[in-house]
Write a protein that binds this ligand. Structure first.
Ligand code: PLP
Length: 400
C-alpha cells in the first residue's frame, strides 16, 4: 500500500488567502455596486521593462534558427552572460562572489524550500515570527523542528540572535515580507557571528533588496564580513523587475560554506547543492535568461528603477497616512510593504472586515504570517497611484 509522507499531514491548511477570497466574494455578491481597492496583493502590477521584452523576443527568434538554436544548457546553473552581470551587481553592492557560486533558477520560492533537502532532518530551524509562510511549510515538509524567533514592535520586527538557543538553519528575510523591516549591517553581523559560532547556516532571502533606498543598509548578506562561512543568499527578479510571471531568480552559495557529516567531516554545501540540482533541475529557459541579462543593462536598470520608484511613491502615500493618523507601522521606506497596527486593539481580521465593509479597501491580516502578526495588518504598494491615494483618503476619513 502506498504510504503518504506523514510530514505533509502536519501542514496547516493555508486558510489566509482562501479565507480572504471567501470574504471578498461574499462582500462583492452583496454589494455589486461597490468596487474593491486591493492593497493586499503581493504581486507586482507594472509590466516587464522594455529592455527585457526586446531581449526575450530576440532570443526567441534565435531559438527558431538552426545556427543559434539552444537545447539543454550545459550546467543548468545559468549562462555566463547572465552570471557575469549578477556578479558585477553584487560587486557594486559590496559583495565579492565568483561565477561558480551563482546558481540561476526559476525564482526564489523553489530554492527557499528545496535547499532544506541537503540538510539533515535532525537539524532545528529557526524562523522569525511573523514570516513568509513558505519557510515554515517547507521546513514541516522536510520533517525538521522549528523554533520561532519573535519579531515584535519591541524589536522593530527584527528578531536578533539569542545565544541560549541552538539551531542549525536560520531563515532571515530583509527587507522583510510581511513587515517591511530591514536589518542594518550591524544587526546582520550579529546573526553572522551567531551562525558562525553555532556552525549554523543562514538562508538569507533578499527578494526585495532592490527596494532599499537608504545606501547605508545592506542589500546582500554577502557584504557582511564572515557571511561566506555561514550564509546562502536567495534573490529574484520577481519584484525587482516584474518577473513574477516570467520566472528567474538566483541563489548564491559561497565556496567556503561547509556542513558536517555524521562523522564530523566537512562537506561543501555548494557541491552538495549542485549534485542535488543536477538530478532535479534542468535550468531556466534561454530567452528568460537573455531577458534577465537585459534587466542589468543600462536601459534595463533605468526602466526597473522607474517602476520601483512608482511603487515607492505609493509606499510613501501609505506611510504618510499612518503618520497623520499616528498609527504605529514599519516598512514603506525601503520596502514595498507597510505593516501597521490595527487601531483600537482590533485583530488583523477585525480590521480587515472593518476596512472592507466601510471603505472597500482590502489588505492582509497579520495573523496569516504567524502568531506575532496578530493585531497587525499588511498593505502593499503594488497598486496604482490613483487607487492608493483614494484608499488612503478613505482610511484617513474613516479613522480620524
Ligand atoms: N521570498 C519572499 C520573501 C517573497 O515574498 C516571495 C514572493 O512573494 C518569494 C521569495 C518568491 O519569489 P519568486 O517569485 O522569486 O519565487
Amino acid at each position: 500500500m502506498i504510504k503518504i509522507n506523514e510530514n505533509f499531514l502536519k501542514l496547516k491548511q493555508n486558510y489566509l488567502f482562501i479565507e480572504i477570497a471567501k470574504r471578498l466574494k461574499a462582500f462583492s455578491a452583496e454589494n455589486p455596486d461597490k468596487p474593491l481597492i486591493r492593497m493586499g496583493i503581493g504581486d507586482v502590477t507594472l509590466p516587464l521593462p522594455a529592455a527585457a521584452v526586446e531581449a526575450m523576443k530576440k532570443a526567441a527568434d534565435e531559438m527558431g534558427v538552426k545556427e543559434t538554436f539552444r537545447g539543454y544548457e550545459d550546467t543548468g546553473r545559468g549562462y555566463d552572460f547572465l552570471k557575469e552581470k549578477i556578479k558585477a551587481y553584487y560587486n557594486e553592492n559590496g559583495a565579492e562572489i565568483s561565477l561558480d557560486e551563482i546558481l540561476v533558477n526559476d525564482g526564489a520560492k523553489s530554492d527557499s524550500g528545496n535547499i532544506s533537502d541537503i540538510f539533515s532532518e535532525s537539524n532545528t530551524v529557526l524562523i522569525t515570527d511573523p514570516a513568509y509562510p513558505v519557510y515554515v511549510d517547507s521546513t514541516i515538509m522536510a520533517g525538521k523542528q522549528i523554533i520561532f524567533a519573535a519579531a515584535t514592535s519591541e524589536n522593530g520586527f527584527k528578531a536578533l540572535p539569542d545565544y541560549n538557543i541552538d539551531c542549525e538553519m536560520i531563515y532571515l528575510c530583509s527587507p522583510n515580507n510581511p513587515t517591511g523591516s530591514v536589518y542594518t549591517a550591524e544587526e546582520l553581523k550579529m546573526w553572522v557571528d551567531y551562525a558562525n559560532e553555532k556552525h549554523a547556516i543562514i538562508i538569507f532571502d533578499a527578494a526585495y533588496e532592490a527596494f532599499i533606498r537608504d545606501k547605508s543598509l545592506p542589500r546582500s548578506i554577502m557584504a557582511i564580513p564572515g557571511a561566506r562561512t555561514c550564509a546562502v543568499e536567495l534573490c529574484s527578479l520577481s519584484k525587482t523587475a516584474g518577473f513574477t510571471g516570467t520566472r528567474l531568480g538566483y541563489t548564491i552559495i559561497p565556496n567556503e560554506l561547509m556542513a558536517y557529516s555524521e562523522n564530523g567531516e566537512k562537506v561543501s554545501v555548494l557541491k552538495t547543492w549542485i549534485r542535488r540540482q543536477g538530478s532535479k533541475f534542468n535550468g531556466v529557459s534561454y530567452p528568460v535568461q537573455r531577458a534577465a541579462e537585459a534587466v542589468f543593462s543600462t536601459d534595463g536598470r533605468a526602466q526597473i528603477q522607474a517602476n520601483i520608484d512608482y511603487y515607492m511613491k505609493n509606499a510613501e502615500i501609505i506611510s504618510n497616512t499612518c503618520e497623520t493618523l499616528n498609527i504605529p507601522y514599519t516598512g514603506g521606506k525601503n520596502s514595498p510593504y507597510i505593516w501597521l497596527k490595527a487601531p483600537n486593539g482590533m485583530s488583523g481580521w477585525d480590521f480587515f472586515d472593518y476596512l472592507l465593509n466601510e471603505i472597500q479597501v482590502v489588505g492582509t491580516p497579520g495573523e496569516g504570517f504567524g502568531e506575532n502578526g496578530g493585531g497587525w495588518f499588511r498593505l502593499t504598494s503594488f497598486n496604482t497611484h490613483e487607487n492608493t491615494a483614494e484608499a488612503m483618503k478613505r482610511v484617513e476619513k474613516l479613522l480620524s
